[in-house]
Write a protein that binds this ligand. Structure first.
Ligand code: SB7
Ligand code: NI
Length: 208
């Protein structure tokens, strides 16, 4: 795939020009599972996606490269129909009584490239982020609760080819569902009730 060839060149760093926007076909297509053992190309792709997320969360680099901050990225957003997602969720620094920032021991709550991720079970209860969601592939704001499963069990393969099963809740749950959706051609606003975008129904949890 020529797109992937360009993305994984040693000198290439993924930036906003590599991220397709609404209307690009792959955003509405189901991606294919990747084969194991992973090809070098698929391994490097995952690393480049994670590098993008790190760069996007670094104020100096993000400013220099013109990156929007992101906590996740999916292959479909790079024009690739491969079930590869990267997730990088920072831990919030604590603030002490004097108002000083205490950097967390672990910088990240989640830092993982997930191959062939799928939801294998989920809570009956729904949840949504209080502030709604955005997307690097959507240049306009679309307000409203993005109604998702509150808690999910996700099976995936890591870059070593090990099968993993994780249970997620809160922000991590929303983020991973956002990314897995991308690999199935689903956009965050598909989950907004556009008639009552801020309605809280059936015991839905609102996540701060
Ligand atoms: O698909 C990645 N994405 O476009 C970047 C932002 C992902 C995101 C995840 C959870 C809540 C809001 C936004
Ligand atoms: Ni997105």
């Amino acid at each position: 795939d020529q797109i992937q060839e360009n993305l994984i060149k040693p000198s290439h760093q993924i930036d906003m020009d590599d991220i397709v926007r609404e209307g690009f076909p792959t955003l509405r297509e189901v991606a294919d599972e990747v084969a194991f053992p992973l090809s070098k190309e698929d391994l490097i792709l995952g690393e480049k996606m994670m590098e993008f997320l790190r760069n996007s969360q670094d104020p100096v680099i993000a400013d220099k490269m013109g990156l929007r901050g992101g906590v996740g990225l999916a292959g479909n957003q790079l024009g690739l129909l491969k079930k590869v997602i990267a997730v990088l969720i920072p831990n919030e620094p604590e603030i002490d009584e004097a108002g000083n920032e205490i950097l967390p021991t672990e910088p990240f709550k989640m830092q993982e490239v997930l191959y062939n991720a799928k939801i294998v079970s989920h809570s009956v209860q729904d949840a949504a982020l209080e502030t709604g969601e955005g997307c690097l592939s959507v240049d306009e704001e679309i307000p409203g609760f993005v109604v998702r499963h509150a808690r999910v069990t996700v099976e995936y393969y890591n870059k070593e080819g090990e099968k993993k099963k994780i249970r997620l809740k809160n922000f991590e749950s929303m983020c991973v569902q956002h990314e897995i959706d991308h690999t199935n051609g689903i956009m965050f606003y598909d989950h907004i009730d556009l008639k009552e975008p801020w309605a809280i129904k059936d015991g839905m949890l609102v996540i701060q």
